[in-house]
Design a protein around this ligand. Structure first.
Ligand code: GDP
Ligand code: MG
Length: 722
């Protein structure tokens, strides 16, 4: 009768829903809590016996065999009859340990006790726990007694009803010499509590009938995790051992609901006792029927709460109701988790397991990097958040530096103050500026800069430039009259421009620093994987960058050499303009000295001062100066006019060639080193060292891919399309 009812309840709809849960358990059971049934209680309270009767799976009978890990038993309707035993690894165990236990897999065709006992022995060994009883050898005595892995037993057959139930180790309070230690007590307690606390778990609290349930610790534990006691069901066992009528009555009262403290109430079952070890499960169940038919237990006949069949029917109903109630929520959780997993996978970027994917990966990075370079050079700073850091606004930094270089050259580039500049225009301190100190972020740059940066020589503010020119002229003049030899201009120009080299080198190093800093940060920005960045930067880019900086510095020095050491040349008309301006200034000055009366010429020139010079005085004008004085002034004016033209030309050439072309725009500029061509030139070994993934990253990616596939399959199952 009970059997028929049970069959009814597992009508095709319920069968389908139970099949779904099994499938989900398989796919995502270790990540999403699913509706489940857990059997808990003290050691030896009869948990495993109840489980056997619920599932029809008989554990090997060995006196000292107690449950030392969680066991999940699943029954499933399949055409073939078989039992498979495997281990679900504890998620917190090391990957190696997980892989090890995963290898354990046995398939049995029947329920032969000896074979089964051997399978359990093997499973113990695979989990690395201490063998039981006589098998404990001294070398294995130190192994732990309990394991956090889960033993999975699947029972297939044409008559099976879909059902999953979990057996956990029994709670105990005292250590057993040589068997269990204090930490085991805590470990088991935590494991049991962990199973019980999930709101999708129905707790079957097993307790023997010969004790008063009111004193049972397991119910107190259940109360802690299930405060309303709405998912806890008590199952009394061993009624055959409750001999005293009072004890029997207490049990009967509980089952009848007279002292009800649980919404799901009390059930009572009688399992095979140790004296009936040779009885089959079926024989045991027949024995149970007979037992409950007799007084005083026959009083329970109409409660539908005595005997394993009633219990089984009820827990199946409960489970199905719970599943139906929880499915929508489970579905939401699966979707949420799936999205999380996908975003984790996306954050890892595409897999890089071969030269093609590695090259593609590096190409992407180089594209991103080059687009940052373009933005930086075009001053399109709004296109990337990186540019909110102003030190990375490359073009702006460079324009600023160029401007300040040009200004510095104009103010302080000359060794001696030219006459026409006026002596007090610049204070001495402003004239000799200190070298700008760059942040010492890149030790490699220091190695390049230190040898080339030299202190800027002090300007000679005390010697009058005309005295200096006089010295040069008198020590090297030849027979030329009224003029001076061309080579003297070269000599004077070199002396006057000797600060150019240190100022220019300092400027170039400043720009190199900015470029280097930008490349470093832009690459880091383009390259989310720090290992790839380190490899690319240290092994492949630094050397090339450094040599390209050295080349730029060489280039700047060449420009200096050309401008300063070669014969002075210019076709710029400003040279003549300047020269004539200087000369006429002198003339005006001389004339002014002769000037006598001032008067107003006529009404048209009312506001202008007009000089009146006697003709005789004017004739004196040219003869007032000595030959050398005249040449000295003339030399000054030529030097000044040429210096001015040359300085402007040089500053432009440095900014245009060394900075703009060689450092920024040229095909081989440091900014262009990391590009697609470089990635194309890398061979397979190089690709693998730069872009290959660490083992742990690869494992993580594989695990994510597996998890995503499982969650996708789970979602499909939940949506009912499979
Ligand atoms: P567990 O430690 O909670 O899993 O308990 P077991 O199911 O292994 O049972 C412990 C012992 O109690 C075994 O020897 C069982 O045969 C025995 N046992 C379990 N249930 C009953 C029962 O209803 N009646 C009797 N007499 N013995 C039982
Ligand atoms: Mg047990």
């Amino acid at each position: 009768m009970a059997e028929v009812k049970g069959q009814e309840h597992s009508g095709s709809g319920n069968l389908a829903i139970l099949t779904k849960v099994d499938k989900l358990r398989e796919l995502i059971g270790n990540r999403i809590a699913l509706p489940q049934l857990v059997v808990v209680g003290d050691q030896s309270s009869g948990k495993s016996s109840v489980l056997e009767n619920l599932t029809g799976f008989a554990f090997p009978r060995a006196a000292e065999l107690c449950t030392r890990y969680a066991t999940q038993i699943t029954c499933r309707r399949e055409q073939i009859e078989a039992i498979t035993v495997s281990i679900i690894p504890n998620q917190d165990a090391s990957p190696d340990a997980q892989a090890h236990v995963k290898k354990f897999h046995r398939t049995l065709m029947g329920l032969d006790q000896t074979t089964l006992a051997q399978v359990f022995k093997d499973a113990n060994e695979a989990m690395g726990i201490r063998p039981s009883g006589n098998d404990v050898t001294s070398d294995k005595a130190s192994l732990p007694a309990f394991s956090k892995h889960t033993l999975r037993i699947e029972k297939f057959g044409p008559n099976e009803e879909h059902f999953t139930v979990i057996d956990v180790p029994g709670i105990f309070r005292n250590e057993t010499e040589g068997l269990t230690v204090e930490s085991d007590i805590i470990l088991v307690r935590d494991m049991v509590k962990n199973y019980m606390k999930d709101p999708r778990t129905i707790i079957l609290a097993i307790m023997p009938s010969n004790v008063d349930p009111a004193t049972q610790e397991i119910l107190k534990l259940a109360k802690q995790v299930d405060q309303t006691m709405s998912r806890t069901m008590a199952v009394l066992t061993k009624p055959d051992l409750a001999i005293e009528p009072t004890t029997q009555q207490i049990a009967i009262d509980h089952v009848m609901g007279k002292r009800n403290d649980l919404i799901l109430g009390y059930y009572i079952v009688k399992n095979r006792g140790p004296d009936h070890a040779d009885m089959t499960l079926e024989e045991g169940q027949m024995d149970e029927c007979e037992f409950f038919a007799k007084a005083p237990w026959s009083a329970l006949k109409h409660t539908d709460r005595a005997g394993i069949d009633c219990l089984k029917r009820r827990v199946r109903e409960l489970l199905i109701d719970l599943i139906k109630k929880e499915f929508p929520q489970v579905k939401l959780e699966v979707i949420k988790e799936l999205n999380l997993l996908k975003s984790q996978r996306d954050a890892m970027g595409p897999s890089r397991d071969g030269p093609d994917t590695q090259r593609e990966y590096l190409n992407k990075i180089s594209e991103t990097f080059q687009s940052l370079v373009r933005d930086a050079l075009g001053a399109s700073y709004a296109r990337h958040k990186m540019f909110s850091n102003h030190t990375l606004r490359l073009m702006t930094r460079i324009v600023e530096a160029n401007e300040s270089y040009s200004d510095k050259m104009a103010r302080t580039g000359h060794t001696r103050q030219f006459q026409s500049m006026g002596k007090d225009k610049h204070s001495k301190s402003k004239f000799d500026e200190d070298i700008e100190v760059l942040p010492d972020l890149y030790p490699g740059l220091r190695e390049i800069f230190d040898p080339v940066i030299t202190p800027v020589p002090k300007s000679d503010m005390d010697t009058d430039i005309l005295d200096y020119i006089e010295g040069v002229y008198t020590s090297s003049r030849g027979q030329e009259l009224g003029t001076f030899s061309g080579s003297l201009l070269g000599t004077m120009f070199q002396e006057q421009s000797k600060k150019w080299e240190p100022i220019t080198v300092q400027h170039i190093t400043l720009i190199i620093w900015h470029v280097h800093h930008f490349i470093h940060e832009a690459l880091r920005e383009s390259c989310p994987d720090s290992k790839v960045f380190d490899e690319l930067w240290n092994t492949y880019l630094l050397d090339e960058l450094h040599s390209s900086y050295c080349a730029v510095l060489e280039r700047a020095k060449l420009l200096l050499k050309i401008e300063r050491d070669c014969c002075p040349i210019t076709y710029n008309h400003y040279f003549n303009d300047n020269l004539q301006k200087e000369q006429s200034k002198r003339l005006v000055c001389a004339v002014e000295k002769l000037g006598v009366d001032e008067f107003t010429l006529d009404e048209a020139h009312e506001d202008e001062e007009v000089l009146k010079i006697p003709k005789s005085s004017l004739q004196q004008l040219a003869v007032n100066k000595s030959n050398s004085e005249h040449v000295r002034e003339y030399m000054h004016d030529v030097l000044y006019s040429y210096y001015k033209v040359s300085r402007k030309r040089f500053v432009d050439v440095v900014c245009q060639q060394a900075v703009n072309y060689y450092l920024l725009a040229a095909e081989h500029s440091p900014l262009k080193i990391f590009n697609m061509q470089m990635v194309l030139r890398l061979n397979e070994d190089q690709l693998d060292t730069i872009a290959g993934e660490d083992l742990h990253i690869r494992q993580r990616r594989e695990k994510l891919t597996r998890d995503i596939a499982n969650f996708e399959a789970a979602l499909k199952t939940l949506k009912g399309s499979e």
